[in-house]
Design a protein around this ligand. Structure first.
Ligand code: NA7
Length: 541
């Protein structure tokens, strides 16, 4: 039992893990392996996180085979049975269940339970964690693996609650599915999720109205079937890929080094892009020109290439012009993949509403009102995205040293140290949080490997040294934020204000860019340096 303000009768554990998705599952595995006594809480009734919640039609991973899987176990690679180059939600959810069953992890998880509050007790150096089912647990370490994209954004239109048909956010799609056959369906949102839903349901519904605010440069996905041969090659490549993937920029290994834009003769540029386009993957975003994130001329060249690809798919030139992004450059927001999306707009039963010309005014019991009139709908699907980076952590009333509220602190200014700790909140860790590649610009399982690894190593260090607390100093945090801004802001992604990579703010303050743009190698080096130095720049008590 621990001392201090911890009350008698409260369950004492070494660590509490919040969330049992991609990060949480590996976090549980690591901490259990390290001999910690843990409790994990998960809001859903099973594991998978975003792959548990996002069961909308066409939900699919945009990371290509074989990069979207855990890297910590070669056995998992030997057993994996991927069927498609871009796995769908059903297969990914099954994979997570397999991982949990194989390592017997579910017994550590309390399902259908949300952590609602966490209070740091300075005397004991422990967190008192409360849940919505009335449980209270005391833990030395508290790890938020609650996801960077798990709190849904609701559309802010007046009257939305009065709609008498079915209204559903894509991340809350009912487990039993929705019957859309013959229905008048509206989809609000045309980014990664909206694109997948729209292309999947267009042929089934009676009429589909697509409400688009910002057009996206979607890249054609090449979703090959994965054969036994591919799986054998995947298994044989594990050691090589595992060695290289952690040294990549964004969690994918590409065999070719991209050239600098100016080094490639002009006449070779388009055929070169064609060859990458044919790959049908996010390679088009991450591995065209080495300076594509920095050089506006390179970005504009790629943008024009993709604009032409979109135009070529749409029969009506007026519709095509609405779907072609012109006011920002390719790659400066998350690039979605598509498989039939643009062709949908050639169908007679599909209408595109450009919200920039014809904004939504309100929702009423029978549909949506735009400036040009009323649209009758039976179903409204909101694919409007998430409260990115901070949303899930902010749902919990977290009180650190001196009772300071993390949520209140983050209202005016979000700060982290390498996206995994926050000064003033000792022994608290998080993954997928702002100012790390994991927040926005990384193939997540590779970031997970690194972030969960660092957190687990840090906890192991603290325990081996018999520490009560570990946290970054204010100076360390300020230095990380200064480095992040110096590296990330000058990039073209940093210059695009219209993206979930930049946190929304209504108070006139600067909006933080959550995407750390230094790449995995530089990020990993910074994290390793802290660890290898015995956590220089951290307060250890
Ligand atoms: P995103 O990428 O945040 O996209 C949300 C979409 O919804 C996007 O098209 C938004 O337009 C649109 N949106 C958001 N709010 C509104 C309102 N109020 N009215 C109209 N349209 C709106 O979320 P996704 O779920 O597609 O993808 C999230 C990530 O999950 C994705 O990047 C992958 O990494 C996996 P906007 O572009 O803001 O004008």
């Amino acid at each position: 039992m621990t001392q201090g303000a911890v009350e008698q009768g409260i369950e004492q554990v070494d660590a509490v893990v919040v969330g049992a998705g991609l990060n949480g599952i590996y976090q549980i595995y690591r901490l259990v392996q390290q001999g910690l006594n843990i409790r994990a809480f998960e809001a859903g009734d099973s594991v998978g996180g975003v792959w548990y919640w996002n069961r909308y039609p066409g939900a699919r991973c945009d990371s290509h085979f074989p990069f979207y899987q855990y890297w910590f176990s070669k056995e998992l690679w030997d057993e994996a049975d991927w069927k498609e180059r871009f796995p769908g939600q059903v297969d990914i959810e099954a994979y997570f269940n397999h991982v949990c069953d194989k390592f017997d992890l579910k017994r550590h998880i309390t399902f259908k339970t949300r952590v609602t509050a966490a209070k740091f007790d300075a005397a004991s150096g422990r967190w008192i964690v409360s849940t919505d089912t009335g449980e209270t647990v005391s833990a030395q370490f508290l790890v938020f693996n609650s996801g960077g994209l798990s709190v849904a954004k609701a559309p802010p239109y007046p009257g939305f609650d009065t709609f008498k048909g079915v209204a559903v956010h894509t991340s809350r799609w009912p487990k039993g599915g929705l019957d859309l056959a013959g229905k008048r369906v509206g989809v609000i949102g045309t980014a990664a999720t909206g694109i997948q839903v729209i292309q999947s349901i267009a042929a089934e519904v009676g009429h589909l109205t697509v409400f688009q605010r910002t057009p996206n440069y979607a890249v054609k996905m090449r979703n090959d079937r994965i054969t036994e041969q591919d799986l054998s090659a995947m298994r044989a490549s594990y050691d090589d890929l595992n060695a290289r993937v952690h040294q990549s920029f964004g969690g994918f290994v590409y065999d070719d080094e991209p050239p600098m834009f100016d080094d490639m003769p002009e006449e070779q540029r388009t055929p070169y892009l064609e060859s990458i386009w044919a790959n049908g993957s996010l390679k088009m975003w991450g591995n065209t020109f080495a300076d594509a994130f920095m050089n506006p001329e390179a970005a504009e060249f790629i943008s024009e290439f993709v604009r032409e690809k979109i135009r070529a798919r749409i029969k009506d030139p007026a519709v095509a012009e609405k779907l072609v992004p012109k006011d920002y450059q390719f790659g400066t927001r998350r690039v979605p993949l598509e498989n039939g999306y643009f062709d949908v707009f050639n169908r007679d039963n599909v209408t595109l509403v450009d919200l920039r010309e014809d904004p939504i005014l309100s929702v009423d019991p029978t549909g949506i009102n735009t400036t040009s009139g009323h649209i009758d709908l039976d179903v409204i699907i909101t694919a409007t995205g998430f409260d990115a980076g901070v949303g899930a952590v902010n749902q919990v009333d977290i009180r650190g040293r001196n009772g300071v509220s993390l949520r209140d602190q983050w209202k005016t200014c979000v700060r982290t140290t390498v996206g995994m700790q926050v000064h003033g909140f000792p022994n608290l860790f998080m993954t997928m949080a702002p100012f790390a590649p994991a927040a926005a610009i990384c193939n997540v399982p590779v970031c997970t490997d690194q972030q969960v690894g660092w957190i687990s190593d840090t906890i192991a260090f603290a325990r081996a040294k018999g520490l009560k607390t570990i946290e970054p100093t204010a100076e360390t945090e300020a230095a990380w934020m200064a480095h992040h801004e110096e590296i990330s802001e000058p990039t073209l992604i940093g210059q695009n204000r219209n993206s979930w990579y930049r946190l929304p703010r209504d108070d006139g303050q600067k909006r933080e860019l959550i995407a750390y743009m230094g790449g995995l190698v530089q990020y990993r080096a910074a994290c390793d340096e802290y660890r290898n130095s015995g956590y220089a720049g951290f307060a250890l008590t």
